[in-house]
Structures are given as C-alpha cells and as structure tokens.
Design a protein around this ligand. Structure first.
Ligand code: ADP
Ligand code: MG
Length: 326
C-alpha cells in the first residue's frame, strides 16, 4: 500500500501548496473557526496546520491516514450531494507516504488528545498528547523519500508564494473563519473572521491587498435556484491581474469556461472591451446541479444546466454593471 500511496501522492500532491490545500480543506470540513498555518523553508522543511475543529476520536486516527478512508461519504449516493471539500479519503494517506507525518487531535467532548506518526508510510501506534480541541497535522521533509519530486521543488520564496496565494483563495471562500499564516517563525497573514457584510468587504480588501479594485459593486441576486453574491470591480486603466478574479461555486474556487465567458460578456457588453477587472463572486446552487467530482486538483466543475447558469450570471452582472453607466 505504501507504493500505491506514493503514486497517488504524485497526482494530488504536486508541491507544498497542494499539501496546505488538502490540510486546510480538512480543517474547514471539520468546522474549524480558526486555522493556523506554519511554514518553514517554503514548506520543504515543515508544513503545520492547526485547527479548532471537531477533531478525530482516537479509534479513528488510523483510518484518517488509511487510503480511501473518508468519514465524509456514507454511500455512492452521497457523492451526488457532496458539500464537504474533500471526499476521496486519499489526501492524508498520500502525503503521509511521502513525508515524516504526525497528526495530533482531540475530539470534541473528549478530554484527552492523541498523536499518531507515519514515517515513510509506516504508521506508529497512537500515543497520548497535549492538544486543545481540534487537530494539528505536521508534515516534515516533504518528498524526502521521493528524490525526483523533491528536485522539482522551487525556491523557498516561490513555494511560499504559492502557499500564500492558495490561502488567499481559501480565506476569500470562508470569511467566517480566522486564518493565520507564518513563514520561518514570522507571522505573515492574520485575517480575522468577518461577522457582517461590512466586515466581509473589509476582509476581502485585506486579503486581496493591492489587487482589490478601487471601485467595486456589490452583487446579491437570486433567481431560479441560483444565488450570486460578492463584488465586481470596475475596470481601471491600470491592468488588474487576471488572478485577482475569484469565482466560487458552493464555496469552491472554480475556473470554468462557462463562467469566464458569462463574466467576460457582461463586462464587454456594458463597458469597454479588453480591460481586466478584478472580482470575487460566489455562486450558490443545489449541489445536485453541479458535478465537482471532475478532478481532485483542477478547479473544474460541470453544471447540469450550463445554459441556465451562463444566462443567470450574464444577466445579473450585466444589470449591475449597466447601472454604473446610467
Ligand atoms: P477526505 O478529506 O477526502 O475524507 P483525507 O485523507 O483528507 O480524506 O482525510 C481523511 C479523514 O481524516 C477525513 O475524512 C476526516 O475524517 C479525517 N480528518 C482529516 N483531517 C482532519 C481535521 N483537520 N479535523 C478532523 N478530521 C480530520
Ligand atoms: Mg481531505
């Protein structure tokens, strides 16, 4: 199984930021209100994610790192209605096969915490540990036993920049959760949870920093079982980065052709052609209306009713943008 996990790891875990993604998504799935990410040497030396979520009962600890074990899906039927971020049950198995791995957790309602360690795919027995309610996962020496992968890791700065970007996209998705990020012991980001709309906008501005548009429109519209909310920036002469365009479907960042086309059309129709605008948009719809099971790492989705989604997005944005011209 260790070899199989290593192969799977190659698919899901490309670099330190992919590990951070899996761990933070697990924390979100566990209902965390606060997530702390500590990185050393761009993630090559250490990736630690700590949360205050529901934790893992001691008897389920070995399952957490077993391959294809997930607590999130009871049947294939559930696959249709996945609301959680992860559901394949392979992330921890994969990453623990290519690192020195430790997980410490205290489940809610328990008064003891336990720690398991996996070294090169070998699981050690759970031992008592100190930990408040929630979970900490520590990944040391990522890819230490996969030299080919280790060689592909870029400069510390580059890998950390990927982690920072990734955390931005997750922080934008969940503004009710506090995120902290440190690198080599220095705090780099602290994004406090937002409790109302004003705080939410402030947090978006904080997370995006200079990428945040000087002028933005609030979007909030629902029709035909679809709900679009968020902010769209008005294009400026100075070119905004294409990567300050965030579109979430049921809380997941998505890069989708249909979405991109609808947004581009709305801008092009109302405003000027060829200018880039930043936006942060959230589309909510019945999970049965969208297939997120296309690829674990790519940001792809497939809408059941593509036309409907496209037209809804186009009309909603078109109407909002048109008002600015009136
Ligand atoms: P998946 O998220 O697809 O279920 P993972 O390998 O990422 O698979 O995690 C395996 C299991 O470990 C999860 O289903 C969950 O039960 C448990 N788990 C992992 N991380 C956490 C966490 N931070 N808090 C609580 N449970 C966790
Ligand atoms: Mg997961």
């Amino acid at each position: 199984p260790a070899l199989i996990n290593q192969i799977a790891a190659g698919e899901v875990i490309e670099r330190p930021s992919s590990v951070v993604k899996e761990l933070v998504e697990n924390s979100l799935d566990a209902g965390a209100r606060r997530i702390e990410v500590d990185i050393e040497a761009g993630g090559a030396r250490l990736i630690r994610v700590r949360d205050d979520g529901g934790g893992i009962p001691v008897d389920e600890l070995p399952l957490a790192v077993a391959s294809h074990a997930t607590s999130k899906i009871g049947s294939f039927d559930d696959l249709e209605h996945v609301a959680s971020m992860g559901f394949r049950g392979e992330a921890l198995a994969s990453v623990s096969s290519v690192s020195r791995f430790a997980l410490t957790s205290r489940a809610s309602g328990e008064d003891a915490a336990f720690r398991i360690e996996v070294d090169g795919g070998k699981l050690q027995a759970a031992r008592p540990a100190q930990h408040p309610q929630g979970t900490s996962v520590e990944i040391r020496d990522l890819f230490y036993n996969v030299p080919a992968r280790r060689k592909f890791m870029r400069a510390e700065r580059t890998e950390f920049a990927h982690i920072d970007d990734l955390l931005k996209s997750l922080a934008l998705a969940r503004d009710g959760v506090e995120f902290r990020l440190s690198h080599n012991g220095k705090p780099v980001r602290i994004w406090k949870a937002a409790s109302d709309e004003r705080a939410a906008l402030q947090r978006v501005a904080e997370v995006l920093g200079e990428e945040f548009p000087a002028q933005s429109l609030r979007i909030d519209h629902a029709a035909a079982g679809l709900h679009l909310s968020g902010w769209v920036g008005l294009p400026t002469a100075s070119r905004a980065q294409a990567d300050s365009q965030y579109f979430y479907v049921n809380g997941r960042l998505v890069r989708d052709r249909i979405v991109a086309h609808a947004v581009r059309q709305a801008y092009a129709d109302v405003l000027f052609h060829g200018r880039h605008a930043a936006f942060v948009l959230y589309l909510q719809l019945d999970p049965a209306g969208v297939d997120v099971n296309v690829h674990p790492a790519k940001h792809e989705v497939r809408f059941r009713e593509q036309r409907l989604v496209h037209d809804f997005l186009f009309r909603t944005l078109h109407e909002a943008l048109a008002q600015t011209r009136a």
